[in-house]
Design a binder for this molecule. Structure first.
Ligand code: CP
Length: 308
C-alpha cells in the first residue's frame, strides 16, 4: 500500500497504514535475522544538508540491516550543492542511481520540492522548524510498545514548542487518536505556532492547556516529551541564552510524576534532562532512538514494496 509513496508530512499515511508499519516493526524487533537480506540490490541515498546523528545513522543502519546499501552526503559542501546545484537537479541525478532518498534540509518544504521532481520515494528527515515525520514514527512506535496504544493519554510537551519540528509532527499525528490531550509547557516566546493551535488542536476539538509551570503539569502526564531549545533556530544569541535552561528535568521533579510516566526526547539533549534521570526506568529516550531504527526498517520496506 505504501509502495512508491513519499513521506513528507506526518499525515501522509493513514492510521491503518501506520498500524501496518508498527506491526512490521514489531516483527522485525522479534526476529531481525528474518529481514537481513530483504533489501539486497536496493540502494538508499541520504542527503543531509543539516547535521544529524540519529536520523541519518538510523536510516543507514536500517538499510544495511535489511541487506541493502547506502550512498549520500552528510555535509552538502562535499557535493555539487557547493557549486550551486539546485535541489531539483540534485534529486533528479540521485534518482538515476538510488531506489529511494532521505533528505534533511534547513528550508521548510525542501523535501516536498524534491519529491515533486522524481518518481522515487523521498522521505522528509526534518525540514527547518516545520516537520520531522520519521521522528514521529519513532515516537509513536515507542508510545505504542511501552503504553500499549495511543488512546486515553495526556501528553506533556516541554521546551521549544515554537521551532521544534518534532513537536509539531507529533501533535498532528496524535490528534487522530481518541481521547488524547496535551499540556504544552514552554516560555511565552516558545509557544506552539498559531497554525498548530488553530488548524490542528482547536479545529479538531483536542483538549489542550498551555502553561509555563512544569511542576504543576508533571503529576497529570502519561508521557512527557522533552525538547532542546535549539540554538540554530534563534536569530539572537541573547534570547537563546535567556531561554535555554528554563526547564531542566531532574530527579526531584521526577518525584512529582506518575510511576509509569514515560520520558521521551527526540535527542540530542543539552541541559534539559539531568544525567541523573537516565537511570530512572521511566527515562526511555535511548530506547526510543533504537525503536527509530526498527520503524525506519519497516518504512524502507514499505516504500520499496518489499514484503516481509
Ligand atoms: N532526533 C533527531 O532528529 O536527531 P538527529 O538530529 O541527531 O538526527
Amino acid at each position: 500500500m505504501l509502495k512508491g509513496k513519499s513521506l513528507l508530512e506526518p499525515m501522509d499515511f493513514t492510521t491503518e497504514e501506520l498500524e501496518e508499519l508498527f506491526l512490521l516493526s514489531d516483527e522485525i524487533i522479534e526476529a531481525p535475522e528474518r529481514y537481513a537480506k530483504v533489501c539486497e540490490g536496493k540502494l538508499l541515498a541520504t542527503l543531509f544538508y543539516e547535521p544529524s546523528t540519529r536520523t541519518r545513522f538510523s536510516f543507514e543502519a536500517a538499510m544495511l540491516r535489511l541487506g541493502g546499501q547506502v550512498i549520500g552526503f552528510s555535509e552538502p559542501n562535499s557535493s555539487s550543492v557547493s557549486k550551486g546545484e539546485s535541489i531539483s537537479d540534485t534529486i533528479r541525478t540521485v534518482a538515476c542511481y538510488a531506489d529511494m532518498a532521505v533528505m534533511r534540509h534547513p528550508k521548510e518544504g525542501a523535501p516536498k520540492v524534491a519529491a515533486a521532481c522524481t518518481d522515487m520515494p523521498v522521505v522528509n528527515a526534518g525540514d527547518g522548524g516545520h516537520q520531522h515525520p520519521t521522528q514521529t514514527l519513532t515516537d509513536l512506535l515507542t508510545i505504542r510498545r511501552e503504553k500499549g496504544g495511543f488512546e486515553n493519554i495526556t501528553v506533556g510537551l516541554c521546551g521549544d514548542l515554537k521551532f521544534g519540528r518534532t513537536v509539531h509532527s507529533l501533535i498532528k499525528a496524535l490528534s487522530r487518536y481518541r481521547n488524547v490531550s496535551f499540556i504544552m509547557i514552554s516560555p511565552d516566546e516558545l509557544k506552539i505556532p498559531d497554525y498548530v493551535r488553530k488548524e490542528v488542536l482547536i479545529k479538531n476539538n483536542i483538549p489542550f492547556e498551555e502553561t509555563g509551570n512544569m511542576q504543576e503539569a508533571l503529576p497529570k502526564l502519561d508521557v512527557l516529551y522533552m525538547t532542546r531549545v535549539q540554538r540554530e533556530r534563534f536569530f539572537n544569541e541573547e534570547d537563546y541564552v535567556r531561554l535555554k535552561d528554563r526547564y531542566i528535568l531532574d530527579g526531584s521533579k521526577m518525584k512529582l510524576a506518575k510511576d509509569d510516566m514515560m520520558v521521551l526526547h527526540p535527542l540530542p539533549r543539552v541541559n534539559e534532562i539531568a544525567i541523573e534521570v537516565d537511570s530512572d526506568p521511566r527515562a526511555l529516550y535511548f530506547k526510543q532512538a533504537q525503536y527509530g531504527m526498527y520503524v525506519r526498517m519497516a518504512l524502507i520496506m514499505g516504500l520499496l514494496g518489499i514484503k516481509g
